[in-house]
Write a protein that binds this ligand. Sequence first.
Ligand SMILES: Cc1cc2nc3c(=O)[nH]c(=O)nc-3n(C[C@H](O)[C@H](O)[C@H](O)COP(=O)(O)O)c2cc1C
Length: 198
Amino acid sequence: MNALIVYCHPSKKSYTHAVLQQIQTLLAQENWQIEVSDLYALDFQSDMSEAEYKREGFAEVDLPIPPDVKAEHQKLEWADCVLFVYPVWWSDCPAKLKGWFDRVYSVGYAYGHRPQMQPMKTIPFGAVICTAGHPNAFLEEINIAQSMQTVMLGDRLGKRFTNKEMLILGGTLDLEKVRSEHEEKLRELTLKIKTCFG
Ligand SMILES: Cc1cc2nc3c(=O)[nH]c(=O)nc-3n(C[C@H](O)[C@H](O)[C@H](O)COP(=O)(O)O)c2cc1C
């Protein structure tokens, strides 16, 4: 089985990078083939150009799709499971990942299907794994956990994924308190993915 990890963090010394490594190890132990779209390492362009806006904003699906976006489409078509791994920045994903959705979810592919275009396949499993400074209980109390779940699972993963899970790995300001709980959550997620593919 093939797993695409869309990873967004600028530093290899970050906790989010350690989480990336853990999930890669857990999936490799289950013999998954893994590809990582490391958005900072790729220097992925997150801003939509005016030419792209012309296509996306007016659903001009016959206008060209940029090569870097096409490359992400190919990775999505290859994947049986897609995992988004990022830190929570201002109650959402970093701007670079938001730009990935803006550009890669192009019209005629991820929505607004047209007869002349092959639509994005429905992917069996999608997972969102985000690290957060605040503890989960606080993010739930101020309704941010729910809003992130609505945006990520309800809208961005949407109906494009059959099974969806979201892990908020909160409390990273006091990392030693939560580290083992996070590791357990990652193991549980891997088990869910494994069970899904029988
Ligand atoms: C620009 C920025 C914005 C942040 N915004 C939030 C936030 O809104 N909520 C939160 O819980 N943590 C927030 N944090 C904390 C990060 O989520 C936390 O540092 C990260 O998940 C774990 O650290 P890492 O950068 O070592 O991976 C923010 C951190 C930065 C740098």
